[in-house]
Design a binder for this molecule. Structure first.
Ligand SMILES: [Zn+2]
Ligand SMILES: [Zn+2]
Length: 321
């Protein structure tokens, strides 16, 4: 994620800011990718702290307009959890916009979000034909940690959920092209194998012993659809980590030149190679605070090949190039 300039004075603004350090209210214009100091602000600004601009007074911003179902606010913590969920969604959508996804220049359909709070029954997240269902309860740190440990995951965040579920939607968008499916099946396998049976088998038997050689995560081994969603989510993680690294002025011998934009890099292998090197460094930085690794995954040769495939399609897919 980039770092933004303050439209009314000195200093920088971060993507989630609602005001400058001096207290002037500001909003993010996702089309201009810049902060502005004047309304119209998103209609959700007061209730969930959305900091994007709206097309007109009283309207939702581009991101909130994609939320067709908001959580049942009678459920405890629904609003603060929803607020943080929408913040993760804005982050992920803005990143995808760097490759033109879901912006005005993208002729395809947008995702529709169902943001659900959880009562006693867990809400399964998922994607069906353009509709992404997200459980806002996953913002609860205890619930999220409990599920992460039960599923033997080294990493579980709302940004991760957003990237995974939106990646299913991106697959669906790409599958409408006539040149994608054969290429996808050659790389990831045939997604027409029974999804439900594959998932049942996975949850009973777990991943194959050698999964690390072929997949980024255990869950990716469950079915080609899940391998795509996990791999695409990781490509988005890696690109965003690299973008944030350079945006804050950090340097590394791996960075090609000052002002290099990871989202404009056409060479998939080069981008992944640079990201892989930065991760080793940033993981080490995290350890100096006793934190877990920023990116606790191993990039096998197979995984890198699949990441490069995803990068190639995400870069050109939105505009039908
Ligand atoms: Zn909004
Ligand atoms: Zn999935």
């Amino acid at each position: 994620m980039r770092v933004f300039s303050n439209p009314v004075g000195a200093g920088s603004l971060w993507f989630d800011n609602l005001a400058t350090a001096g207290g002037t209210p500001v909003a993010y214009d996702p089309q201009a990718r810049a902060f502005v100091p004047m309304p119209p602000f998103c209609a959700n600004r007061e209730i969930i702290g959305c900091n994007w601009i709206a097309p007109e007074e009283g309207a939702f911003c581009r991101s909130c307009a994609m939320t067709a179902l908001a959580p049942d606010t009678s459920i405890a913590n629904a609003i603060p959890n929803w607020a943080q969920t929408e913040a993760a969604k804005r982050w992920v959508l803005d990143n995808l916009g760097r490759w033109h996804w879901f912006r005005p220049e993208d002729p395809g359909s947008r995702p529709v979000f169902h943001m659900l709070a959880e009562g006693p029954t867990p809400v399964p997240m998922g994607h069906v034909e353009g509709v992404v269902t997200i459980s806002v309860a996953e913002m609860d740190p205890v619930l999220r940690t409990t599920r992460r440990e039960a599923l033997q995951e080294p990493y579980r965040t709302m940004i991760g959920h957003m990237r995974h579920e939106i990646s299913h939607m991106l697959w669906w968008r790409l599958s409408l092209r006539d040149d994608f499916l054969d290429a996808f099946r050659a790389e990831f396998g045939d997604e027409r194998i029974d999804y439900r049976a594959s998932l049942e088998y996975y949850f009973q038997n777990g991943a194959p012993a050698d999964w690390k050689q072929y997949y980024l995560t255990r869950y990716a081994s469950a079915h080609p659809h899940e391998d795509w969603a996990e791999t695409a989510a990781h490509l988005l993680h890696l690109t965003d980590i690299t973008d944030s690294f350079v945006a804050t002025g950090l340097s590394s011998p791996q960075i090609p030149y000052a002002g290099w934009d990871p989202y404009s890099e056409p060479d998939s292998d080069r981008l992944i190679r640079i990201a892989a090197t930065l991760i080793v460094g940033v993981n080490h930085v995290n350890r100096s605070m006793g934190l877990s690794d920023l990116y606790p995954f191993v990039l096998s040769d197979h995984a890198r090949h699949k990441l490069a495939f995803v990068h190639d399609w995400l870069r050109r897919g939105a505009q039908g190039l």
